[in-house]
Design a binder for this molecule. Structure first.
Ligand SMILES: Cc1cc2nc3c(=O)[nH]c(=O)nc-3n(C[C@H](O)[C@H](O)[C@H](O)COP(=O)(O)OP(=O)(O)OC[C@H]3O[C@@H](n4cnc5c(N)ncnc54)[C@H](O)[C@@H]3O)c2cc1C
Length: 379
């Protein structure tokens, strides 16, 4: 088995990195990840357009839609972007899991409407899954969509919706079948966010300004053509989307960089010989490598078009572990300096906390691994 990158892949990574470094530092102050300002929105759009113009944005898409059918370029792009703070903001979600779902289940009309805009970088999406009573147990969601002639009428509430304040569309889950139907009777809608009856409210959060929102939907009317796939058969799409999302953010790349920064700090400050520090740094490095290799394992399945499965759950759990181990290493290495504002520890702690909840919690991933990978009984 050969784990090396090909010369072309090495060259692509270098080209991408050189480009990002040449354009990003001057914009860093805008902190585009939070997209809390008009400037952040424009930066994200501009950056994605630049990637798109160079043919780098969507290497994993099929060629007929402007991609290269190349999963490995896609992972290289993700690693280079995450290690630079993921400057695309919400747009990594558009390209990496919403568009692939539209490709999988969309009508020709939906593909023509959405894919060119996503590829051009001029549209923001959000993901309307979680509800006040439906987080880990997503299938108990209550937002309801009722067919009325050529339209659906949607009522309900979503919560924790990232980027809802700037989104043009929402990838929305709603119940179209009986409430007791669990996985049956859930449908996916490509909801334009400018419809009357949609209200977005920010939820103040320690994680940062404009991180989370509630979305209230009251008698929201959308054309029936907004339904993605078959009515009531959306759960299969949700599972597929979550598989892409679980391995869609190569957080280990950013964690590994923080670790390099820590090692330099340890050397400069003379604590590299401390066995506690060394052990913590070594453990964190191993965790980052495990997360990277398990992600590649999941990506290999994706490249071979295998159905979603175990590798994505283990990769995601390993990514959370890597983030947490780097935070622990930062505390061990920095000592009291860890308490300073914006220290590597503070940043890693923040990042590892959100990593362990967004996209489904760490504990729930472990349950899935126990049941689906190890065949243990459900309790
Ligand atoms: C940074 C961030 C961004 C997010 N963005 C979005 C978004 O854009 N769109 C969206 O829809 N949602 C989003 N979420 C919400 C996220 O998907 C949910 O928070 C997550 O699914 C958990 O649901 P919950 O908060 O309701 O917690 P709960 O499901 O209530 O869980 C509470 C605790 O109980 C534990 N628990 C629950 N069930 C089990 C079980 N069966 N076994 C063991 N432990 C269990 C959980 O692990 C957790 O520790 C985001 C969350 C974060 C942190």
């Amino acid at each position: 088995m050969n784990f090396d990158w090909s010369p072309e892949q090495v060259a692509f990574r270098a080209e991408l990195g050189a480009f990002a470094d040449s354009v990003l530092p001057e914009h860093r102050a805008a902190d585009p990840r939070h997209i809390s300002s008009a400037e952040g929105v424009e930066l994200s759009k501009w950056f994605v357009r630049e990637l798109s113009d160079r043919g780098w944005l969507a290497p994993h898409w099929p060629q007929e839609f402007g991609g290269l059918d190349d999963t490995w370029r896609h992972i290289i792009l993700g690693e280079e972007m995450w290690s630079r703070g993921e400057p695309r903001g919400p747009q990594y979600m558009n390209v990496n899991w919403i568009a692939p779902l539209i490709l999988l289940a969309g009508t020709d009309e939906q593909k023509a409407q959405h894919l060119p805009r996503i590829r051009a970088g001029d549209v923001f999406w959000c993901q309307g899954f979680s509800e006040p009573e439906a987080g880990s147990d997503l299938a108990s969601l209550r937002t309801r969509a009722v067919r009325d002639g050529d339209e659906y009428v949607i009522d309900g509430q979503k919560i924790w919706t990232s980027y809802a304040h700037v989104a043009d569309f929402c990838f929305l889950l709603a119940r179209t079948g009986p409430a007791g139907g669990r996985h049956d009777g859930i449908s996916v809608f490509l909801l334009p966010m400018d419809r009357p009856g949609i209200e977005v409210r920010e939820i103040p959060a320690l994680a940062g300004e404009h991180q989370f929102h509630e979305v209230f939907l009251t008698d929201v009317r959308v054309p029936a053509s907004c339904l993605l796939g078959e009515e009531g058969k959306g759960w299969r799409l949700v599972r597929q989307l979550l598989t892409y999302e679980r391995v869609g953010s190569p957080r280990y790349a950013a964690a590994a960089l923080a670790l390099d920064e820590l090692a330099v700090w340890a050397r400069v400050n003379g604590v590299l010989d401390d066995p506690v520090v060394l052990r913590a740094l070594g453990r964190a490095r191993a965790s980052c490598e495990v997360a990277r290799l398990l992600t590649y394992r999941a990506m290999d399945d994706r490249a071979k078009r295998l159905p979603p499965g175990g590798p994505a759950y283990t990769a995601r759990a390993a990514m959370v572990r890597a983030e947490r181990d780097v935070a622990t290493a930062a505390a061990a290495t920095l000592g009291q300096s860890a308490l300073e504002e914006d220290s590597i520890y503070e940043r890693q702690l923040n990042s590892s906390m959100t990593a362990g909840v967004a996209t489904g919690t760490y504990e729930v991933q472990l349950n899935l691994i126990a049941r689906l990978c190890l065949g243990l009984p459900r309790r």
